[in-house]
Design a protein around this ligand. Structure first.
Ligand SMILES: NC(=O)CC[C@H](N)C(=O)O
Length: 252
């Protein structure tokens, strides 16, 4: 079992370290051909415009789209979520290329600038149901996006209260000239749609490894369904130490 981690920019080392802690091998991906050697892919957080430019420069988009389209498991965190969305708003002028596949509209900087980064305890009943431990997880939001619209096949895994001073500006048409204020009490910050998982926050920056474990279980489910082949991944997945409650984030 090898999990590719797109290693153009952003927090790919942290994802690889988290995978290592739960006994999975993370492989840095910088070329389209390298995707052939992995079972799944994580697209890390970072800066989505820069990441898109680098991906374009290395002609990665066709291979990434093929990977998603083939039903391979892909998890996007933060900028990775933006990459996976069918539609992004609040982009820099000229927009940016997306992989797409996730039936969502994402606001690229929904929660504001770097200075408005924050941490919050998120209610995650579906994660806890599958992985055990606390019914909440620490959400580290760094210049974070949010999902402002989701299609009917998108399963919501977490949403987040919108700070009262932020009735966020969204551009329903993706047009920066025609901004419109929406007021929402909650926005969606974690979803699953078939082979795709996406989080607006950064589990790889906390010591809670349940999101990585959740993703690996997804990979196993999808692989088993696809080929009925048994991976080595599940050998003692139930017994591993991250099943213990882990509340403290690395960054406080
Ligand atoms: N931490 C992150 O990945 C931030 C993503 C950022 N909002 C972007 O547009 O790329």
């Amino acid at each position: 079992m090898a999990v590719g981690v797109l290693a153009l920019q952003g927090s790919y080392n942290e994802h690889i370290a988290a995978l290592r802690k739960i006994g999975a091998k993370g492989v840095e991906i910088r070329k389209g051909t390298q995707l052939q050697g992995v079972d799944a892919l994580i697209i890390p957080g970072g800066e989505s415009t820069t990441m898109a430019k680098l991906a374009e420069h290395h002609n990665l988009f066709p291979a990434l789209r093929e990977f998603v389209g083939a039903g391979k498991p892909v998890w996007g965190t933060c900028a990775g979520l933006i990459f996976l969305a069918n539609k992004a708003i609040g982009q820099k002028s000229g927009g940016q290329e997306l992989i797409g596949g996730l039936d969502c509209t994402v606001h690229r900087n929904f929660f504001g600038s770097q200075l408005q980064s924050f941490e919050i305890e998120l209610s995650v009943p579906k994660l806890a149901e599958k992985e055990g431990g606390s019914g909440t997880c620490r959400g580290v939001f760094i210049r974070a996006p949010a999902i402002v619209e989701a299609g009917p096949d998108v399963e919501v895994l977490a949403d987040c209260p919108v700070p009262s001073d932020k009735s966020r500006i969204v551009t329903p048409n993706g047009n920066n000239q025609e901004e419109e204020k929406i007021s929402k009490d909650q926005v969606i910050v974690a979803v699953r749609q078939g082979n795709l998982l996406a989080t607006a926050f950064h589990p790889e920056l906390t010591s809670d490894l349940r999101w990585h474990s959740f993703f690996l279980k997804m990979v196993k489910e999808i692989n088993d369904k696809g080929s009925q082949c048994v991976s080595s991944l599940d050998k003692d997945i139930e017994e591993r130490p991250w099943k213990r409650p882990l509340d403290l984030p690395i960054f406080e």
